[in-house]
Design a protein around this ligand. Structure first.
Ligand code: NAD
Ligand code: IPM
Ligand code: MN
Length: 415
């Protein structure tokens, strides 16, 4: 049987607000880089989000998780819209996806990109990866409200920290640190939180002790926030609980220039389920509809997705393309520039002209049988070459992405 071109089936949820702007921009870039590297992406588009909630009373269909289960990965914009309570929006879509697919690591690399100015006087060496616990911790359904409307009305919010949950995220951080500077900084608050954080510290220490050459520093989250601002170069891999990792993500991304730049990978490291790739930022209702959102976080999340799918050369090419656009001065308003979302994406596309590549096959769905590489490192430029992943460059035209019946290109999302 002749080899089939590689293809990846990706579920797309552009969602709300600027998700509807940055996702189509990123998809154009991903389609271009896939053509250049000889593989196809089948986009399965889902119009899930707050508009659907307003019409159907649900953020996604009742069988939404089943619809995502057999894809290779999920590409999410953001959800959240004025007028719909955030806990309804997020617990109706994002958080159930993370949990159902055991995406227990939320990986968030932050570094200063070329041509981008940090608000810090001395960002010296800011190059951090946040490894955020993503399925338990402070985000928890256990609890409730009682005595509604009475003076004694009360809300109880539990947190759940399990040994399994802490161990697996700490192991991921340790392995990452072993390939980087060998230091894991663990965010804690064991002075104020009497049960959960001492347990977190204990288990993290036990895990890291099993990795010779990897050191652990437990830093109280308040002091860690200050250290991120004052000495960002002293940080490398940060392991943090769900809530602490969330807050540090926006802080450190802003220190690197804008939260619009920051990507995020919700990983199921065991590859039993699809992983999900999204920017760190939200739906930004304050700028939605203006066409000025920075698409870099979404594009970079797309590059992380390609790497996860084994398309390492394409991922490196895409990162190099947006870095070179930033370096030559095309920037969106959050970075002090005047480019729009689509204009920025056009500039990236200008660096991703198709080159002849050879096609080859990948066996089973990529999320099931490959170990992910390290997307958190700066990638070398790869323009005009085919990466080692593709083998020798045969003289063949790039393959158009294959689409299954009933599927459409998600560039229609803004219609
Ligand atoms: P936000 O990240 O949407 O916006 C914070 C600020 O950053 C705003 O001023 C916004 O204009 C700016 N910003 C964000 N992304 C940008 C980009 N790509 N380019 C330029 N500027 C950008 O956070 P928020 O305002 O706190 O939340 C808005 C909504 O998004 C809420 O409903 C929230 O719950 C939701 N949210 C969703 C996700 C998600 O779905 N993954 C993540 C975070 C927040
Ligand atoms: C993020 C977001 C979400 C989180 C919200 C929207 C629930 O802020 O992905 O950073 O806190 O996980
Ligand atoms: Mn967040």
């Amino acid at each position: 049987m002749p080899d089939q071109p590689r293809r990846h089936v990706i579920d797309v949820i552009a969602g709300d607000g600027i998700g509807q702007e940055v996702v189509p921009a990123a998809i154009r870039c991903l389609d271009a880089v896939s053509a250049r590297h000889g593989f196809g992406i089948v986009w399965r588009d889902h119009d899930w989000g707050s508009d659907r909630y307003r019409s159907d009373g649900r953020m996604m269909p009742a069988d939404g998780l089943d619809q995502l289960a057999d894809g290779d990965a999920i590409f999410l914009g953001a959800v959240g819209a004025p007028g719909v309570p955030d806990h309804v929006t997020l617990w109706g879509l994002l958080i159930p996806i993370r949990r159902a697919f055991l995406q227990y690591v939320n990986l968030r690399p932050v570094r200063i990109l070329p041509g981008v100015r940090s608000p810090l006087a001395d960002p010296g060496g800011l190059d951090v990866v946040i490894v955020r616990e993503n399925v338990e911790g402070e985000y928890c359904e256990a609890g409730g409200r009682i005595y509604a409307g009475r003076p004694e009305e009360c809300a109880i919010q539990e947190a759940v920290f399990t040994r399994t949950g802490i161990e697996r995220v700490a192991r991921f951080a340790a392995e990452l640190a072993a390939d980087r500077a060998g230091l894991v900084v663990s965010a804690t608050k064991s002075n104020g939180m009497i049960h959960s954080m001492p347990f977190w510290d204990e288990v993290v220490s036990e895990v890291i002790a099993g990795y010779g050459g990897v050191h652990i520093e437990h830093v109280l989250i308040d002091a860690l926030a200050a250290r991120a601002v004052l000495k960002p170069g002293s940080l490398d891999v940060i392991v943090a609980s769900n809530l602490f990792g969330d807050i540090l993500s926006d802080l450190i991304a802003a220190l690197a220039g804008s939260i619009g730049l920051a990507p995020s990978a919700n990983l199921n490291p065991d590859r039993d389920h699809p992983s999900m790739f999204e920017p760190v930022h939200g739906s930004a209702p304050d700028i939605a509809g203006q066409g000025i959102a920075n698409p870099v976080g979404q594009i970079w999340a797309g590059a992380m997705m390609l790497d996860h799918l084994g398309e390492t050369a394409a991922a490196a090419d895409l990162v190099a393309a947006f870095e070179s656009v930033l370096a030559e001065g095309t920037r969106t308003p959050d970075l002090g520039g005047s480019a729009g979302t689509a204009e920025f994406a056009d500039a990236v596309l200008g660096r991703l002209a198709p080159t002849p590549v050879s096609a080859y096959t990948v066996p089973t769905p990529a999320h099931r049988d490959q170990k992910g590489p390290d997307w958190t490192r700066p990638q070398p430029p790869n323009h005009g070459t085919t990466g080692s992943l593709l083998g020798s460059s045969a003289e063949q035209p790039p393959k158009a992405p294959h689409r299954m019946q009933g599927e459409r290109n998600v560039e229609n999302l803004t219609e």
